[in-house]
Design a binder for this molecule. Structure first.
Ligand code: CA
Ligand code: CA
Ligand code: CA
Length: 213
């Protein structure tokens, strides 16, 4: 009996190991999210800053370029790779990399979780935060730091907002279009694209108040 069990056990162990490996491989193939938030993000307090500029916020925004998009998200690194691509859209539980359009705007505009506070708060890119605003909120100027603004007068780091999307102006083109920096969608991630939002009736102008320069 003893010798027989000794010969069987390694075979069972080998089978179990193979089976486990097969399961793990199948799991990896089916897995649709990587829990980027759990692996990399933090909940550190933001830093109050008494001086903030449009150029400074452009630098903040550019770090998010080529990173991911996450519905309800707000945390990314700066390796220029979408580390959580292809999650089911509109599901915050996928906890992927990136902000969504309004979370990205909130963070780049250095806003407060308190809608009555127009002060500037610096959020680290790995700080998971979405903020209290939807795209529509930015469109109608909800929140103390935010106002609606005539589209013809918008400059860099102002935004164009509709009921379903918001993007910030990276640069204005001569032909009336804009280079918009935005968290666009699950399959697009966050980047700069040429957009015609300024000419679209869906979109209104939005401005964050209080820039020092
Ligand atoms: Ca980047
Ligand atoms: Ca990344
Ligand atoms: Ca994603």
């Amino acid at each position: 009996m003893m010798s027989r069990r000794r010969t069987v056990r390694p075979a069972v162990a080998a089978f179990a190991a193979t089976f486990a490996l097969a399961l793990a491989t199948a799991g990896a193939a089916w897995a649709y999210h990587v829990d980027f938030v759990g692996a990399y993000c933090n909940y550190n307090e933001p830093q109050y800053t008494s001086y903030f500029t449009r150029d400074g916020s452009i630098a903040v925004a550019l770090r998010a370029r080529w990173e991911g998009y996450q519905w309800g998200g707000g945390c990314w690194n700066n390796n220029d790779v979408d580390d959580a691509r292809g999650d089911p859209p509109q599901d915050p539980n996928t906890r992927g990399e990136g902000g969504d359009c309004s979370g990205f705007t909130f963070k780049v505009w250095r806003e407060s979780l308190n809608v009555y506070d127009k002060g500037a708060w610096q959020w680290n890119m790995l700080r998971f935060v979405h903020g209290p605003y939807t795209a529509y909120d930015f469109k109608v100027g909800t929140g103390e730091p935010n106002v609606t603004y005539p589209k013809t007068g918008l400059i860099r780091m102002d935004a164009l907002a509709s009921s379903y999307h918001v993007g910030m102006i990276y640069a204005r083109n001569a032909d009336g279009t804009d280079q918009i920096i935005e968290a666009k969608g699950e399959s697009y991630g966050t980047n700069i694209w040429v957009r015609t939002y300024r000419g679209s009736s869906d979109y209104g102008g939005a401005r964050r108040l209080g820039w020092d320069a």
